[in-house]
Design a protein around this ligand. Structure first.
Ligand code: UDP
Length: 383
């Protein structure tokens, strides 16, 4: 590839993104912002991603991405831990007690990744770094990737700007002491391919080998194929609906094998991790999902009715209430409720259309671009 002209190189701004692969949402959001920066300001930014846990923190924190999936199988324990520290004083006390343990790692992270601006996309990547760089601060933006029930860990008053996806999350930020002038309500950053979907959904189906004559039920369990996906898939299969089931198991190979072993009676396609989620959503008619904020935001943009079959206690609870309040879908914690909702959306096109329209109404397809402009504004290349 030809090198950029020296004048462009000289003006490039370095942006450091702090994320972690705890689930798939933080990485998707980061990729979307980097993509948007390159589209809005070609050649002006040099972006670097650091998985704070995996790349820098000492054990056992280093294993957070690996621990996330098994931990989420114990919702009561997860909920207890989540709620125990979801308060201004309690969260600060925990971070303060952990700081001596992570201090060397955060200093090294800061030293090894010089940047003109830091963007944190993880609730546990804020306070440590902000504290580390107190004498020599780099502009710092927090991009909150939980929709409504946002944990206290997200909100550190020292961040220059805190970007949140909803008014509900803004209220939380203010409650935790972030100055109103520093909060921007934008939306979750999602990939450009959701914003500009392929024009012909049937052509996408043809390419994917999906039938054109049946509605498509898209089943997703986040980046790690979480929740009772196998039970949900079996129950939908047994309902013998005139539909195709497409299941995305993400990085969960075991789940993929389980789904492939089902005695299928309906047209179906089972995938592992896909980079084609925008096309998959475009070609589908409804989304059956755990309450992941990334997947829900993408489903809104694709105008899909949502059937939410599970949620992580704490951070995903508000997402369910939000979807239901906006009439974009239903909460179906029991497998029989999933089947009822899916049956309605398959057999009653008017109900499906109503939920699809409601979904579209709350979509925020431009958020990544808008956040790119906020980043550019903060480093002085955009007004
Ligand atoms: N995802 C993907 N390919 C897959 C499965 C998931 O790209 O095979 C993406 C999905 O589109 C979304 C993210 O992973 O952007 C999942 O984020 P979410 O917040 O829904 O859930 P998490 O995995 O973080 O719990």
């Amino acid at each position: 590839m030809p090198a950029s002209p020296p004048s462009v190189q000289a003006t490039k701004k370095r942006v450091l993104f702090l994320f972690s692969d705890t689930g798939g949402g933080h990485r998707s959001a980061t990729n979307a912002m980097i993509e948007a920066l390159n589209l809005e300001f070609p050649g002006l930014f040099e972006c670097r991603m650091v998985d704070v846990f995996r790349d820098y923190l000492p054990p056992p924190l280093r294993y957070a991405p690996e621990i996330y999936v098994p931990m989420a199988k114990y919702p009561q324990t997860w909920a207890a831990g989540y709620k125990a520290f979801d308060g201004k004083r309690r969260s600060r006390a925990l971070i303060a007690s952990l700081y001596p343990y992570v201090q060397r790692a955060t200093h090294r992270l800061y030293r090894e990744n010089p940047a003109d601006l830091i963007v944190s996309v993880h609730p546990l990547a804020n306070t440590g770094i902000l504290r580390t760089m107190k004498r020599n601060p780099t502009p710092f933006i927090t991009v909150v990737t939980d929709m409504v029930s946002t944990h206290a860990f997200w909100f550190d008053r020292r961040a220059d700007i805190v970007v949140v996806p909803t008014e509900e999350a803004k209220e939380k930020a203010l409650g935790y002491g972030v100055a109103e002038g520093n909060v921007r309500v934008v939306g979750l950053p999602v990939a450009e391919r959701f914003r500009v979907p392929p024009p012909d959904r049937m052509a996408v189906r043809e390419r994917l080998g999906w039938r054109a004559d049946l509605p498509v039920i898209l089943l997703v369990g986040g980046g790690d194929g979480m929740g009772p996906m196998a039970r949900v898939a079996k129950a939908i299969n047994e309902a013998r609906l005139p539909a195709t089931l497409v299941a995305i198991c993400g990085r969960n190979e075991e789940m993929k094998a389980k789904l492939e072993a089902i005695d299928w009676t309906m047209p179906h396609h089972v995938y592992g991790f896909t980079t084609e989620m925008p096309d998959f959503m475009t070609a589908s008619d409804m989304l059956v999902t755990k309450a992941g904020p990334g997947t829900i935001s993408e489903g809104f943009i694709a105008g899909l009715p949502l059937v939410i079959y599970s949620r992580l206690p704490g951070q995903e609870e508000g997402n369910v209430d939000y979807v239901v309040a906006k009439q974009a879908g239903v909460w179906a914690p029991k497998v029989a409720q999933v089947v009822d909702a899916v049956r309605t959306y398959v057999l009653d096109p008017a109900a499906r259309r109503r939920a699809a329209e409601a979904s579209k109404r709350v979509a925020k397809p431009d958020s990544a671009r808008e956040i790119a402009r906020i980043i550019a504004g903060r480093v002085g290349v955009y007004n």
